[in-house]
Write a protein that binds this ligand. Sequence first.
Ligand SMILES: C[S@@+](CC[C@H](N)C(=O)[O-])C[C@H]1O[C@@H](n2cnc3c(N)ncnc32)[C@H](O)[C@@H]1O
Length: 331
Amino acid sequence: MSYLSTVQDVYRKAAEAPDASLCCVPQTPRYLPGLQIPRVMHQMNYGCGTTIHLRDMQEEQRVLYVGVGGGLEALEFAYFTRHPGGVLAIDPVAEMREVAATNLQEAAELNGWFDPAFVDIRDGDALALPVEDDSVDLAAQNCLFNIFRTADSGDNGKTGDLERALAEMRRVLKPNARLVMSDPVARRPIPDHLRADEVLRAQCISGCLTYDEYVQQIVDAGFGSIEIRARRPYRMLDRARYGLDEDLLLESLEIAAYKVDVPVDGPCVFTGRCAIYTGPDHNFDDGQGHVLVRDIPLGVCDKTAGALAALGRDDLTITDSTWHYAGGGCC
Ligand SMILES: C[S@@+](CC[C@H](N)C(=O)[O-])C[C@H]1O[C@@H](n2cnc3c(N)ncnc32)[C@H](O)[C@@H]1O
C-alpha cells in the first residue's frame, strides 16, 4: 500500500471524529468582523499556521485551496471573495469533503452574508489538480505538502510527490500570482526510521524537510521570489519517545511564493532582513537597483543582504532575519 493510502486513511478518520492532536500551533483564533466560525471548524483546524493574510486579498479573486480539511480556511478565503465558486477547494478524501460541506452549511446559518456556493468543493488530488493552466489568482495549502515524499526519498522515481505538487500549483497559477503555504520544517534532517513511519508522516510529524531543503524545493519548482512570513515552534520530538540522539524541534513556516522566473543570480528570499545606510550622503546606491535613504531601513532579500554585507562598509548595517517579512523593500 502506498503511503498516500495511509494519508487518506488518517484523514478519513480525522473527518469522522475531530482530532485535536493533528497539527495546530498555539495561536489565538483569528477575528474577522462579521465572521462567526462554527466550533467544529476550530476543532478540525488541521493546519500548522495560517494561509490567510490580508495583503493577499483582492476583489474578484479566484482562490484554489488544496486539502480542505474541516473547511476553516476555505470559509475565511470566502469571507474575502464572496462570490459563487470564488474558492475552489480540492480534497481526495470523500469523508473530508462531506464534513467540510456540512461545516460550511453550519457557517451559512451563523453568517447571513455567507452562501455555501461561495466554496466549490471538488474531488481532486494535489498531484494532478483538476484545474486549468494559468487560471488561479491565489493558491493555498496548509500542512499538506510536508507529507509528500521527495524524489530523493526513495520510491517515487525521477519526480517526487512534493515536486509534482509544487509543479501543479505553479501550472495553475496565473503569471505573477502567489502560492501561500504553511508547513512544518525540521531544525535538522529527520532520521530515516521516523521518515519511514507512514502514520507519523501523515500526521505532519515526520515527513518535513529542513528549512533550506523546503525553500530549495520551491525554488526548483520555478518560484523566483519567496517571502517567509512566520517561523515559530510547532512540535518537539523528544529523544526518548522518538528514538533520537537529541530532541528535535519542528517549526511551523508560513510562506508565499510568487510565480515569477528565478533570477539568473538566484532567487529572492525575504526573511525580514533590512539594510540601513548611515554614511555622509543622503542616499547609498549599490548600482544594482537598491537605493538606501540614509537612516531608513530597506527590506532586502537574503541575496541582496549578502551582497551588501560583502562590500564590507562600516556605514552599512545588515540586520538579521526576523522570519516575519511583512512586505516592502527591494526587488
Ligand atoms: C493536515 S490536513 C490540513 C487540512 C486543512 N488545510 C487545515 O488547515 O485544516 C490535510 C488535508 O489534505 C487532504 N489530502 C490528503 N491527501 C491529499 C492529496 N493528495 N491532495 C489533496 N489533498 C489531500 C486531507 O484529506 C486533509 O483534508
